[in-house]
Design a protein around this ligand. Sequence first.
Ligand code: ADP
Ligand code: MG
Length: 717
Amino acid sequence: MNLDSPIQSISRLTPTYQKRLLKLGIKNLRDIFYHFPFRYEDFSKIKPIGELKLNETATIQGQITEIKNIKTWKKRMYITEAYIQDKTGVIKAIWFNQPYLTDTLKTGQTVSLSGKISFDKTLCLSNPAYEKMQKHGQLCHTGRLVAVYPETKGISSRWLRYIIKMLLPKFLSQIKDYLPLEIKKSQGLLDLSRAIEQIHFPKTIKHSEAARKRLVFDELFLIQLFVLQQKMKWRKNIAPNISFDQTLIKNFVESFPFKLTDAQRRSAWEILQDLDKSKPMNRLLEGDVGSGKTVVAAIAMLQATKAGWQAALMAPTEILAQQHFRELTKILINLDLSIGLLTGTETMAFSASEFKTTKKEDLLKDISTGKIQIVVGTHALIQKTVNFKKLALVVVDEQHRFGVAQRAALQKNIKKIEDGLTQTIPHLLSMTATPIPRTLALTIYGDLDISLLDELPKGRQEIITKIVAPIQRQQAYEFIRRQIKEGRQVFVICPRIEVSDKLQTENNNEPHLMINDNRSWDDVKAVKEEYEKLHKIIFPDLRINMLHGKLKSKEKEKTMLDFKNGKTDILVSTSVVEVGVDVPNATVIMIEGADRFGLAQLHQFRGRVGRGTHQSYCFLFSESSAKNTNARLKAIINCKNGFELAEKDLEIRGPGHFYGNQQWGLPDLSMASLADVALVKNVRQEAQKLITKDPELTAYPMLCEKIRQFQKDIHLE
Ligand code: ADP
Ligand code: MG
């Protein structure tokens, strides 16, 4: 057996346990050792029984003088009661509902018990951790720092400690240290096997911290090496060299009803220069909500298509794809271009100033012959069935919806285009309104060049943001009514409702630390309830409609269009309106359960209003009175800048919660360390140094193997 052996080969594991381990993402032996604790219980204080004090956490060691099960009829519960004696005294210990304990612990045995000292007529230990003391054996669950792991039903921390303690000595020598010696030295890092041992069974907190430092370094380092290599690989490709046509772009920009901001000009210039090279661009256009990313993308797409190539624009949702399609056809109306819309459920084409619903096959054919020059769509665009004739530019909107894995998949799926003798690959432009904290920009987005739209178009008004207390709800409704009377429109956003789940209720572990988060959420239900309430009780006379992800694409589009065209007063919606949706006449956005959303997400919602000339408002409703929540909601009132908010969110809630329940596809340790800018920078430097010295890492075969394995672990393969 070796570290890669699947858990099925561990003879002592029953299939039931194997299944449970799989639930925790543990597939092989290595995974077991890499299942790290998230905290430690400090049971290291060993005390004589006679010196125990109420409420202290301590370990006692002594002999069992009596142990028995008592059945309490009233509560239908078993209580196991034991008396333990050392030279200084006797103490009672009780356990609830673990009658099988009397099979393990027997009178006369010497045991070690850890827990909090409580009071039941006399001092006692209630539900203490326990283990038998062996002559030369080391303690595992008591009398020391004890690891607490992410658990799942039927896999307790105690069981994990037991299994790790049993397996670790046999396989520790197989854990090969792939980190170059000079890096270990200069960074003051432990050997890998030592770190693994110490993270599970540390002697002191210092030891556990040293172990953690090494393991965090590894995760971040591997991500860095991966993105840097990815960047190198990408740049080895050949891309169409699209020369800058000054007259074309100048005329186009002058046709806008507004002046470009300096930031838009600069970003467009950076992009056009990238296109003018035969190395493929991989650039992120990052700009706050409303900073005007679409026109910048349109400039690039116009340049590409007028040079005889095709361009594609991908959006994360159908609504956004539809909106982009309409907007592009508007902006580009006088430029004689054919533009197609291709989503999972809808296909349309626009050419010679006319919209036409087309069959999917026909659109696909027109894309493959190059007749359609710009294609707007959802993910469906990068599916294998879509063949472009001469694709030179791919624009991905709202990039934060696409994690590391998706991005790598996108790059892999982009097909090379045979053009006579050369094979080319399109330029890639990603756009996001989600401000990325520096550490993320350096890790997950470390392979991208970045253009920043750090300036909003002139004359944008400030949106008045208020936290609404439950007693002010009525007032808020009256305010909304007045706004609608004046002809304005209103968004109401509902958070998702948690649907109770067996696993959740049976396991009283801190839920956010469970790896296998099996909670399911129902946003449709929340929207329907809110819609009923507003429609039947609060505003029976107003025109109210609802929008959620379960609607058919056609219905979604109609709902959005009706709202855009002023046929609806209030739109009740899930977070599907979060990104990009543009309705200038909407002046109020009311967010229910605001505490359930991330700051960056709330900021996105707020960006749905204030897009026209009218003063706009954002009302935050929250049921939670937790201090943290208030700090967060206050942050959004005081801070109008998405970048600052992002850093703040990271600070207050930690990276796990960043952007709501988004998954980044990163391991836990590195997620936790993303708040540390200095650390991330330092690791990036080390990775950069190594890659510069040895781009293919040929001198470091073990490291290469580890990167490959790491890619597999975060599903990049
Ligand atoms: P986002 O960056 O959030 O995607 P959009 O591209 O949707 O922003 O632009 C928001 C609105 O601002 C659009 O209606 C667009 O026409 C308008 N806009 C873009 N650039 C400017 C500008 N320089 N001055 C005024 N309005 C602009
Ligand atoms: Mg946008």
